[in-house]
Design a protein around this ligand. Structure first.
Ligand SMILES: C[S@@+](CC[C@H](N)C(=O)[O-])C[C@H]1O[C@@H](n2cnc3c(N)ncnc32)[C@H](O)[C@@H]1O
Length: 375
């Protein structure tokens, strides 16, 4: 059965990593909302069939703007990854009593729009924040609004779903009570067959002598299945421009072996950066570390430079026809903030499958929840 009928609203949409996975899974993503103009520009460029709305989701009026923009269109699923800064608890069971206005943006939208379901993405720390009270408040709030909320037992690891990256994220999925509980999809990969950095980016030009330009040509055919998948529908290479490092930075990182970090440097070398992930060089045969928003501590497994936007996008599973707009800093933020589209795709598929089976009567909604924690 087609999932075309499921309409999606993406809150805190950024450049649209989460949206991309839902689109790939056959959903109709109708609107993305964020307050970052550059991210919205990228979003629009890559999701021509979706509308965008620039709004501050911490403000009460945001929901009115969203409802107005939606017009007659209905929403089946609300998705979103609100930043979780500034949580403070008042001790009640309800998240409405916290000062977390950003989470409230999602709560208000669900309350007003009453979708069939919702999915919220967050950092793993959300599960243990304030001894688990925040997590509990999120669950209670949505349960009180008539939703069954499932939270993955532990954070989902992007590498387990074919993304060449060790990135852990927590997800809450809620369905209206009559639709049962969501079961998280089983991993498609295991450490034996994780997609590696080499699998992901070895076909991209090294950019050691020439920094490259925003639009360029490929110089090699795809070297792996993953690269073929990334290059599907792409004839040109975008966003593959190298950072110009000082000779000192190049000299230091040249001394770090594949998979190593500052601990592998001789005494006195690279002392300016000593924290946990400083001077990290990726390993060509392993997934990358978590792609961040541009702290410049992770280096290419072979070249003495940080990965380009395109390389980071590949490690996040954005295909090459997804083009990033804005300054390099803005592009880095967009890529690093995103939910890997491939991970999002697997979640989106599992959600539509569940809804289709329950709605067609093929599956009886499970109100017990056997595998994952339902509170
Ligand atoms: C983690 S990112 C979301 C990434 C997105 N889900 C994706 O997969 O690409 C969080 C987003 O929240 C946005 N944001 C933060 N505070 C906001 C606010 N008050 N109103 C609207 N958007 C906000 C940021 O601009 C950022 O794009």
């Amino acid at each position: 059965m087609s999932t075309e009928k499921f309409n999606v609203l993406d809150l805190f949409c950024g450049c649209g990593g989460l949206s991309q996975g839902f689109i790939d899974a056959g959903y109709n993503v109708i609107l993305g909302v964020d307050f970052d103009q550059a991210a919205l520009k990228t979003y629009k460029k890559n999701h021509a069939n979706s509308d965008t709305l620039m709004a501050d989701l911490s403000e009460d009026v945001a929901i009115e703007k969203i409802v107005e923009k939606l017009g007659e269109r209905h929403v089946d699923i609300i998705i979103g990854g609100p930043p979780c800064q500034g949580f403070s608890l008042t001790g009640s069971r309800d998240i409405n009593d916290t000062r977390n206005t950003l989470y409230l943006g999602v709560v208000k939208a669900v309350k007003r729009i009453k979708p069939k379901g919702f999915m919220i993405e967050n950092v793993p720390g959300i599960a243990t924040l304030y001894g688990g009270k925040v997590k509990q408040q999120i669950i209670n709030t949505f349960e009180d609004m008539g939703y069954n909320v499932s939270m993955s037992e532990k954070p989902l690891l992007a590498a387990d779903y074919g993304v060449p990256q060790i990135r852990k994220r927590m997800f809450f999925v809620g369905f209206k009570k009559e639709l049962g509980y969501f079961e998280f999809p089983k991993p498609t990969h295991s450490p034996d067959n994780y997609v590696s950095c080499g699998d992901a980016i070895s076909d991209l030009p090294g950019r050691e002598d020439d920094l490259g330009q925003e639009e360029d040509d490929y110089t090699m055919s795809p070297q792996s299945q993953y690269q073929k998948f990334m290059r599907k529908d792409s004839t040109k290479l975008y966003n593959h421009v190298a950072t110009k490092h000082t000779d000192h930075v190049k000299w230091v990182i040249n001394q770090v072996p594949e998979g190593g970090n500052h601990k592998d440097l001789p005494p006195g070398v690279g002392d300016s950066r000593k924290f946990n992930e400083a001077w990290t060089r990726y390993h060509s045969r392993k997934p990358s570390k978590t792609i961040d928003t541009g702290h410049r501590n992770h280096f290419h497994y072979r070249y003495n430079r940080v990965p380009t936007i395109r390389e980071n996008a590949r490690l996040q599973s954005f295909r090459d026809d997804f083009i990033f707009c804005g300054t390099r800093t803005q592009q880095n933020r967009q890529v690093g903030n995103a939910v890997p589209p491939l991970l999002s795709y697997h979640l989106a598929k599992a959600i539509s499958q569940h809804l289709e089976e329950v709605e067609s009567g093929k599956k009886k909604p499970d109100n017990q929840g056997l595998i994952y924690e339902h509170i």
